[in-house]
Design a protein around this ligand. Structure first.
Ligand SMILES: *Cc1c(COP(=O)(O)O)cnc(C)c1O
Length: 394
């Protein structure tokens, strides 16, 4: 006999999954409905409406795909790309390299526009790639690069992409519910996200949104979408008035998503963005006042995910083990070329609050002192506290 499930208590402040809101957990204990029950169809419609509000779009096709954020990435590429197409991908972190891999598997010729990990993609570099490859079907960038903590500005790139009659695709896995996504205002043709980052829900759904132009591109495909499971034209039939069976919807996850979106709209979408900003800025000030260095320039820092440089001579693994053992606190290590060089601290959704800022400053300070690093925790807490007193600038 195995023992009853009893995982240790954790605070999840890494790059995801992040802690789930108690109301979302409660929603997940609600009894199931059948996936074609009229009562469930009403809940699906409400979920789509809420999703449009949080994504800041009127796009008709705004639906949660079954699977984690990566299924969202795959959905966008397998549906928009046909073998032989050219696509341009901005690569300034791990998730850019993933998009390249996924697009190549769709049979695309991929043109990478690279920048150092920790920097943003330059609009001029995207324009140059479009001039050299005028047939490019789409341009994709990562809005919130969770592997580095960079926020990619989108406005200028969107203008360039549309001037060249291409489609603009954004990875918004860590953006949705954390920072404005402005799908309509920024004319984003296709975006995908996940429930486990800033939505305060568990991993399991990948909300996607597509413009009319993107839907037209799918409608005019010459070849079948290579993935049966992620074929949007069939999935759309289930999420539209037709409601024909494709695969059994993960009912409980849709309950969870609906509740998480309800929480965000109840608080107010703009208020939720402000809360992430206020807490993120306080964490940045606190870490710097403690004497630590942040990877990303102030102007392009995400609020919901912060990369801290690991001080010289510090044992990365031991620090994260101490945080877990002494404080039940999980933060992330570096990925790819940043492995061993940074820690990644998430303040996502439910965790974007002052308690968690104070917790991570205190816990990290104590773990670093064990390593013989002279950090000033009191100065960190005070700087964070002072930041909380400042009004949030728009
Ligand atoms: C987490 C993440 C993904 C992948 O999502 P999974 O839920 O792990 O499949 C993709 N892109 C970005 C930017 C992410 O942060």
């Amino acid at each position: 006999m195995k023992t009853e499930l009893n995982p240790p208590e954790r605070t999840l402040m890494g790059p995801g999954p992040s802690d789930v809101h108690p109301r979302v957990l409660r929603a997940m204990t609600t009894p199931l409905l059948g996936h074609l029950d009229p009562a469930f169809l009403t809940l699906m419609n409400e979920t789509m409406e809420l999703l449009r509000e949080v994504y800041q779009t009127n796009h008709q096709v705004t639906i949660p795909m079954s699977g984690t954020g990566s299924a969202g990435m795959e959905t966008i590429f397998v549906n928009l790309v046909e073998p032989g197409d050219t696509v341009i991908v901005g690569v300034n972190g791990l998730f850019g390299t993933r998009m390249v891999d996924v697009a190549e598997r769709c049979g695309a010729t991929v043109v990478s526009v690279s920048a150092d990990w920790g920097d943003t993609i330059e609009p001029a570099a995207i324009e140059k790639a479009l001039e050299e490859h005028p047939q490019a079907k789409l341009v994709a960038v990562v809005h919130a690069e969770t592997s580095t903590g960079v926020r990619q500005p989108l406005q200028q790139i969107s203008e360039i992409v549309h001037r060249h009659n291409s489609l603009f695709v954004c990875d918004m896995v860590t953006s949705l519910g954390g920072i404005p996504t402005d799908i309509d205002k920024l004319q984003i043709d296709a975006a995908y996200s996940g429930t486990q980052k800033c939505l305060s829900a568990p991993p399991g759904l990948a909300p996607v949104t597509l413009s009319e132009q993107a839907v037209d591109v799918i409608r005019n495909r010459k070849t079948k979408v290579q993935s049966w499971y992620l074929d949007l034209s069939m999935i759309q039939n289930y999420w539209s008035d037709e409601r024909s069976y494709h695969h059994t919807a993960p009912i409980t996850m849709i309950y969870a998503l609906r509740e998480s979106l309800r929480l965000i709209t109840e608080e107010g979408v703009d208020q939720v963005f402000d809360r992430h900003k206020r807490n993120g800025l306080a964490l940045h000030d606190g870490l710097e006042a403690m004497g630590l260095e942040l990877l990303v320039d102030k102007e392009y820092r995400l609020y919901q995910l912060t990369s801290v440089c690991i001080p010289e001579g510090v044992n990365d693994t031991q620090v994260r083990k101490d945080l877990l053992d002494d404080y039940g606190l999980e933060i992330g290590g570096g990925l790819g070329e940043l492995k061993g060089k940074v820690w990644r601290i998430g303040l996502m959704g439910y965790n974007a609050n002052p308690n968690k800022v104070t917790l991570v400053l205190t816990a990290l300070g104590s773990a670093l002192r064990k390593q013989g690093v002279d950090v000033n925790v009191a100065a960190g807490i005070e700087a964070a506290d002072r930041a909380f007193e400042q009004p949030v600038a728009k």
